[in-house]
Design a protein around this ligand. Structure first.
Ligand SMILES: [Zn+2]
Length: 78
């Protein structure tokens, strides 16, 4: 499994939690305690409602996603 700057980018300044999916791509929880969102650098999936969830809900959703996602798309653009 080869990681790239796309699937494992530099940590953003507002990073709260970084998880990794089944193949090592970063799944980031960013924002603030009461306004957090998640984004998967493997497949591009993200929070349905950006920055509306408190971090505990966002963390659970991101972790559920990371546990199932097997994508490591190297040239995905936001
Ligand atoms: Zn994913």
């Amino acid at each position: 499994m080869k990681l790239s700057p796309h699937s494992s980018p530099a940590e953003p300044a507002d990073l709260l939690i970084r998880m990794h999916n089944q193949v090592g791509a970063a799944v980031d929880v960013t924002g603030h305690y009461r306004q957090a969102r998640w984004y998967c650098h493997g497949c591009g999936e993200s929070s349905e409602f950006p920055a509306e969830d408190i971090v505990s809900f966002t963390r659970r959703k991101a972790n559920d996603h990371a546990g199932q996602c097997r994508a490591a798309y190297h040239h995905l653009h936001r």
